[in-house]
Design a binder for this molecule. Structure first.
Ligand code: NDP
Length: 314
């Protein structure tokens, strides 16, 4: 057991995005001294964006990393402890719950809040990775407003890509939609809106081969390849919004908790089917996926965990 860890924890919170940190703040103030496990992306998806303009209370916007840093400081002030460890597997078959960490240690806890979030899927190109946060974004709602009167593109053909493209027309000079097939997967009504929008130009049957601008340290365009003709062409862009789906981070919970077909945890309020295990934020929310909604559900999970522990005299 490392420093500050107990043989038996009262409450372990998995994830240090807005959901986990808000759950930590509330449960710490309730004197539960929660232990927060920080995974591979401390702070979560907010740290992949630059300025956050839509979190209430920051009229001048706030840097995403700074925002989660402040949330963490606030939770720590009331006694939350943070451990940088990933959870590899869990045993929720009986209490205390057992969590196996990436260093082999096994934690025991009376209650658990899962706030492991979701990860935007990216295409998987080196050039794309190099420019995440520098023009490549997985969240149009978060970053779209920074791209006023400049050309941008959305990759994908689902409802998210359609919503993102339509949203971006409010700001950008032109919105390219780059889709790998000749028809959209999105609902017809959304697809029609996109097809008929004067500011949207669609590149069908096209794969992004390279994001341009690595040398300049900002997106300057993309190289696309037509999968039918094999022809390559470049589009000049300042922003590239990847909308090819999200993946909830629920692998360690497979077989233990109920999930929808895409892997999102199924909750009632924030309760999972295992009494004493709660879930908050994007890991159980395929719809809203906002920092403020994640924070709100983190608060709810903490209140429910507090009630659960009190009811069990823990
Ligand atoms: P989807 O899985 O529906 O769509 C993903 C899109 O990305 C598909 O068009 C897919 O292409 C494409 N894609 C996947 N992988 C790659 C890749 N490696 N390279 C290029 N393209 C790729 O995800 P969404 O996030 O759009 O939607 C998720 C769910 O949420 C859906 O059920 C959707 O209906 C729902 N949703 C509903 C909304 C609403 O009703 N307002 C808004 C947003 C989402 P292909 O088509 O060839 O498979």
């Amino acid at each position: 057991m490392g420093k500050g860890l107990r043989r038996m924890e009262k409450l372990v919170i998995l994830g240090t995005g807005p959901a986990g940190l808000t759950a930590a703040l509330y449960s710490a103030r309730a004197n539960l001294q929660p232990l927060l496990l920080q995974g591979l992306q401390p702070g979560g998806q907010l740290t992949t964006t630059t300025e956050v303009e839509n979190f209430p209370g920051f009229p001048e916007a706030i840097d995403g990393t700074a925002l989660v840093g402040q949330m963490q400081a606030q939770a720590e002030r009331f006694g939350a402890r943070v451990l940088s460890r990933e959870v590899l597997s869990v045993d929720f078959s009986g209490r205390p719950f057992k969590l196996t960490l990436d260093d082999g240690a096994v934690l025991e806890s009376q209650a658990v809040i899962i706030a492991t979030g979701a990860s935007a899927q990216y295409i998987g190109l080196e050039s794309e990775k190099a420019l995440i946060g520098r023009g490549v974004s997985g969240c149009a709602t978060c970053d779209g407003a920074f791209y006023r009167k400049v050309p941008v593109a959305v990759v994908g053909g689902g409802d998210t890509a359609m919503e993102d493209a339509l949203f971006l027309t409010r700001f950008a000079s032109i919105v390219h939609v780059i889709h790998r097939r000749h028809e959209f997967r999105a609902s017809r009504i959304m697809a029609e809106r996109v097809k008929n929008h004067p500011k949207i130009k669609i590149s069908w049957n096209s794969l992004v081969e390279e994001v341009l601008g690595v040398a300049e340290n900002k997106v300057t365009g993309v190289r696309i390849r037509d999968v039918v003709t094999g022809l390559k062409s470049d589009l000049a862009l300042e922003g590239l919004f990847v909308a090819i789906g999200h993946k909830p981070n629920t692998d360690p919970f497979k077989g233990q908790l109920d999930m929808d077909p895409r892997g999102y945890l199924i909750t009632q309020s924030t309760r999972t089917r295992v009494s004493g295990v709660f879930a908050a934020g994007d890991v159980q929310d395929p719809i809203y996926r906002q920092a403020v909604t994640a924070a709100g559900s983190g608060c709810m999970a903490a209140l429910e965990a507090e009630r659960f522990l009190a009811e069990h005299g823990l």
